[in-house]
Design a protein around this ligand. Sequence first.
Ligand code: FAD
Length: 244
Amino acid sequence: MYDIAVIGSGPAGISAAITALVRGKSVAVVSNPASESGLYKAERIDNYPGLPAVSGAELSDAFISHARSLGAELFTGKVQTILPNDDTIFVGYGMEMFEARALIFAPGVVRTSAFPGERELLGLGVSYCATCDGMLYRGKEVCVVCLSPDAAEEAEYLRSIGCKVFTTDSKKIAIGGGDRVEWVEIDGQRRSCEGVFVLRDSVAPDVLIPGLELRTNTCASAPRARPTSPEYSLRETAPARLTR
Ligand SMILES: Cc1cc2nc3c(=O)[nH]c(=O)nc-3n(C[C@H](O)[C@H](O)[C@H](O)COP(=O)(O)OP(=O)(O)OC[C@H]3O[C@@H](n4cnc5c(N)ncnc54)[C@H](O)[C@@H]3O)c2cc1C
């Protein structure tokens, strides 16, 4: 059990983690690999005080080392599940899960927009998490849309549990059906399937955190946190499960 779980090891997440650590809190930071973040790939950063002309990779490494030196535990993985419990929050990434008393959500900017049909059929055949929902599709034809580095591994996991998997890395996707997913269209070619796993680097905040409502597309905060920004709100009754 940690006092605080931080999602995202960019400047916002690490800065929040450091502040919490110096105030005596235990902190776990979970993030996609820092080396895949936009900051890490920045050739040169000129506007960080005290560190002129630092590369994004050096800055990112320095942030993470700082947090680690103060006692942060850092885990690498994509957070796919956030489940508020009575007084705690469960955070799931990959096959792992841990519990924290509070959550700081610092995932940066989610740049992708949903495919046609994706939001409408979320939980009705569309899933963002192979390890969470894979068992529901044993013996069934599923499409895995591979848009994150770990997607091939997740597709392999689905095969290993008996799903009939086909994959694509196309971004020209449409998903359709009646009450549930019946087909996926890839580059204009329609193919029947019962499930579509859309595996991106990040998951939209309002999908990841049950009950979160975004007022703009730019900002979010955590369950049960006292609102500090006008950008979000939590519905009073949060759905119990993310994708069903
Ligand atoms: C090429 C480039 C050059 C730049 N140069 C400058 C510059 O010179 N000066 C400047 O001030 N700014 C610069 N920026 C902008 C700066 O990088 C961003 O403003 C800053 O990184 C935002 O910090 P953040 O912590 O909010 O998000 P991010 O740095 O994006 O960090 C968020 C992290 O959370 C991870 N994440 C998201 N969702 C999940 C999930 N579900 N599970 C696990 N992890 C997740 C992301 O993969 C990412 O690693 C540059 C950006 C780029 C891309």
